[in-house]
Design a binder for this molecule. Structure first.
Ligand SMILES: CC(C)(COP(=O)(O)OP(=O)(O)OC[C@H]1O[C@@H](n2cnc3c(N)ncnc32)[C@H](O)[C@@H]1OP(=O)(O)O)[C@@H](O)C(=O)NCCC(=O)NCCS
Length: 211
């Protein structure tokens, strides 16, 4: 079991080196599963970056400034296209088929099209098929519910849902909790770190597990 796990880890880390070869900077322990297209030309990612590209292809693209923090997870079919600036903080999780764009690509009523930076704060979890539109800043430890279309800024520590996304409620976290997507696969919450790894599939807990 442990041997298989290490073999898979080595494969995913080796594949990450190839898949992320166009990035200006890649931190330690990046893993890639499947065949994402990562051709963003101004991309820097932190440590423990994890990208899955399975039933749908994941795309990380564009010529804008794209900065991704530590322990970020990008799940299958997610599309990130930066033409101006997209910044994902630390401990951000993007679930299946999330869309993050900072440009409308086409202008309304003959006007120039909108290009505006998108920022997603530390510890935020973006649910399946949510869309984050140009100019939006999302705070820390936010949960964006599945299918939400986020058109306006979102404050820290809250749940938003719907189209357009509206505040559902404020979220309260235990002291030291850094992620909205709490789990036992690499969550940096002090309690889980103190307890050590709980999953024998992952002797080194940093950055592992599904979102
Ligand atoms: C947000 C979520 C985590 C549920 O959180 P919760 O605290 O248990 O929220 P509740 O189920 O109590 O719902 C609270 C309210 O938000 C609404 N709501 C929850 N999720 C919603 C969604 N995706 N879209 C619209 N409304 C939603 C509920 O209907 C409820 O509204 P009501 O009070 O009027 O009945 C869950 O709905 C969700 O979206 N999960 C994402 C799953 C996912 O993408 N997984 C990724 C795996 S990689």
């Amino acid at each position: 079991m442990a041997t298989q796990w290490y073999a898979a880890e080595v494969r995913m880390r080796t594949w990450a080196m190839w898949s992320l070869r166009r990035a200006g900077k890649v931190g330690a322990r990046a893993v890639v599963l499947g065949r994402p297209t990562v051709d963003a030309s101004d991309l820097e990612v932190g440590d423990d970056f994890k990208v899955w590209s399975g039933h749908r292809k994941t795309l990380i693209s564009g010529w804008g400034r794209l900065r991704i923090g530590d322990r970020v997870f990008v799940n299958c079919g997610t599309v990130i296209i930066a033409v101006k600036e997209i910044v994902l903080g630390n401990d951000v999780a993007l679930a299946n088929e999330v869309s993050i764009v900072d440009s409308n690509s086409h202008g309304l009523e003959g006007r120039p099209h909108v290009e505006a930076p998108v920022r997603i704060g530390d510890g935020t979890w973006v649910g399946n098929r949510a869309m984050i539109l140009p100019g939006v800043t999302i705070g820390r430890r936010v949960v964006v519910a599945a299918g939400a279309v986020v058109t306006h800024d979102v404050p820290d520590d809250c749940l938003v849902a719907g189209n357009p996304a509206r505040l559902v409620r404020a979220l309260e976290y235990p002291p030291g909790c850094r992620r909205a997507w709490h789990d036992e696969w690499g969550c940096p919450c002090p309690k889980l770190v103190a307890e050590g790894p709980s999953d024998e599939r992952r002797p080194d807990v940093a950055g592992a597990g599904p979102a």
